[in-house]
Design a protein. Structure first.
Length: 316
């Protein structure tokens, strides 16, 4: 302004020269201020250290995530989707990068002397508003993460949660899709899955109760059942061991129940039970048929004997 005033004739040449000298002194003092430059360099050094430490933490955590995903894929069951593990790993890496970069920015701004109180307060209010508005979504996503990490169930498993039972067709970060044996499709938010019964994680136990008439002896009934299920573990690959005939499970005055149990592959109990039922039914039918044939044969022989005896009397 002094130079402009000088051009307009409002300021003398001496005042302009003095102003220029003062400006030069200010600039020179700024350039030669060792304490200020030392503080500035110290701040730059601290920012560089914070940046390096942040990058190291991000790289270490990313390696831990990769190793965890690899172990989960190697040790998990064969139905576990490897691409889903990769996707979750990348999501975790992105979350890690976002969190650590946010912390890095906050620390850098703090080193630059910026008051972070209002900024953090505003971010907290924004996060609180988003949390209240999308709490169910956040719950679904977090539950989806834990379902995948803990391998609670996988695609292809038969599970039951609440009143819903079916085969897992898809596991997402927000929803899980089940298909019942009737073809009904259930789409469940992951946050609603609180308890799960997984029928595909361990071997099943097929239990068959065979009613027998009280007239049939226990020894005969047990022998008949054992004969009927003999070799079923070889003909049916889903049966793991030779079925056990436990004996009488319950009884009334007209019949008693013989129980048969067989260890089988996961989620195959119903199929194995039907196979055992079929074999025992065929064995019972064969026994009844042989008894009927025997009774018919005895009746015919008796009739022939009586007819022959009657003919002898007539001839006499």
């Amino acid at each position: 302004m002094t130079f402009m005033h000088w051009l307009e004739g409002d300021t003398s040449t001496e005042e302009v020269v003095n102003g220029a000298i003062h400006l030069k002194d200010v600039v020179w003092k700024f350039i030669t201020d060792g304490e200020m430059w030392s503080a500035f360099l110290f701040v730059i050094l601290k920012i560089a250290i914070i940046f390096i430490i942040t990058r190291i933490f991000i790289r270490v955590i990313n390696k831990i995530i990769d190793k965890s995903m690899q172990q989960k894929g190697d040790n998990g069951r064969f139905r576990l989707n490897t691409r889903r593990l990769t996707t979750v790993g990348e999501l975790l890496k992105n979350v890690t990068n976002i969190v650590f970069n946010f912390i890095l920015i906050m620390l850098v701004l703090s080193q630059m002397g910026i008051n972070l109180g209002p900024l953090i307060a505003g971010a907290g209010m924004l996060g609180l508003a988003v949390g209240f508005g999308a709490q169910s979504l956040v719950k679904d996503v977090i539950t989806g993460f834990f379902i995948i990490f803990e391998d609670q169930f996988a695609v292809g498993d038969v599970i039951q949660t609440g009143i819903f039972k079916g085969t897992v067709e898809m596991i997402g970060l927000r929803t899980t899709r089940l298909v019942s044996w009737k073809g009904e499709v259930y789409i469940l938010p992951n946050g609603s899955i609180t308890t799960v019964t997984n029928f595909s994680m361990s071997n099943a136990l097929a239990v068959v109760d065979v009613p027998m008439k009280a007239e049939r002896s226990l020894e005969e009934a047990v022998g008949l059942v054992k004969q009927a299920i003999r070799g079923i573990e070889e003909s049916n690959a889903q049966v793991l061991n030779i079925p056990d005939v436990l004996g009488v499970q319950s009884m009334t005055t007209s019949e008693y129940i013989v129980r048969v149990v067989a260890e089988c592959m996961p989620n195959t109990a119903a199929v194995v039970e039907r196979d055992i039922h079929n074999n025992i039914k065929k064995a019972l039918e064969d026994v009844e048929y042989r008894q009927a044939v025997l009774e018919t044969s005895v009746t015919l022989e008796k009739e022939d004997y009586e007819e022959g005896k009657g003919g002898e009397k007539d001839g006499a």
